[in-house]
Ligand binder design. Structure first.
Ligand code: ADP
Ligand code: MG
Length: 263
């Protein structure tokens, strides 16, 4: 197999919806017949595993980056048939991980998978530049407000400085405010293609609580439809079959969360 495509999903501001997008895009690309892995490249503030009920995974990207485990040992079955490489939640795991090893991990994954999606840290930092530098292309997720766009512009500039192609921008959580910036304006302010526009949708949060991607829980909700369209655009495939699935796992209590984080 030729080398797979490595797509970094990033943003300037935190909380724009990168992890939700990575999970839904990964599931949709997988359902359309691609071999997909989603990697939690946000090794300091990992949350991909939490969204999927994989927070107790014994081996994660942390151990791989620490040289304590192989890539294969840190892969888990994910939604829609994709594979997930979570990062650990403990501070000690984070401190042992060497972020510079990410390029070897991604290189290895790209030999086995057609799509390697990197759920990236937000903002400009040494840690956030590493996944961008190892990606073939970058997708920037913004919300339609000025602060989000200003920060996105910085991410675009950093990606360009690292000589990684920026594929375009996804505008998430639209339709909340009458004064929000239009998708045309977002595209022209950032001088980027608008790859997708995903509306604010309560189903996203409901499905996150059930640890199921919204496209699998309610494929005809507005956010699902927009994310499936985006996956078609990224994969170049016309049809994506989505079947609804039940919930996985239950709500975590506060004390449980504290114990997972080692607090
Ligand atoms: P990031 O990874 O960029 O920090 P997340 O993917 O964790 O952001 O999303 C942040 C919050 O926004 C989560 O609570 C998520 O459920 C919510 N969210 C993301 N996209 C949408 C949407 N389209 N509609 C409603 N809520 C959303
Ligand atoms: Mg995230």
């Amino acid at each position: 197999m030729s080398k797979g495509k490595v797509v970094a999903i990033t943003s300037g501001k935190g909380g724009t919806g990168k992890t939700v997008l990575a999970i839904n895009l990964g599931s949709a690309l997988s359902l359309s017949g691609n071999k997909v892995v989603i990697v939690d490249a946000d090794i300091a503030m990992a949350d991909l595993g939490l969204y999927l009920g994989l927070e107790k995974s014994p081996v994660t990207l942390h151990e791989v980056l620490a040289g304590e485990a192989s890539v294969e040992q840190a892969l888990y079955d994910g939604p829609g048939g994709c594979q997930i490489m979570p990062s650990g939640l403990s501070l000690s795991g984070f401190s042992r991980a060497n972020p510079k090893r990410l390029s070897n991990v991604v290189e290895e994954l790209s030999r086995d998978f057609e799509f390697v999606l990197l759920d990236c840290p937000s903002g400009l930092s040494k840690e956030s530049s590493i996944p961008l530098s190892v990606a073939d292309e970058v997708v920037i997720v913004v919300n339609p407000d000025l602060a989000s766009l200003a920060d996105a512009l910085r991410m675009k500039m950093m990606s360009e400085a690292l000589e990684t192609n920026v594929k375009g921008v996804v505008i998430n959580r639209t339709g909340v405010s009458k004064t929000e910036i239009s998708s045309n304006e977002v595209g022209s302010m950032l001088d980027l293609d608008v790859l997708g526009v995903i509306p604010e949708d309560d189903e996203v949060k409901k499905s996150a609580n059930l640890k199921v991607p919204v496209i699998l829980k309610k494929k005809d909700s507005p956010a699902s439809e927009a994310q499936i369209e985006l996956a078609k655009k990224i994969s170049g495939k016309e049809r994506i079959e989505v079947k609804a699935v039940g919930s996985k796992g239950s709500d975590e209590g506060k004390s449980k969360l504290r114990s997972i984080l080692g607090l």
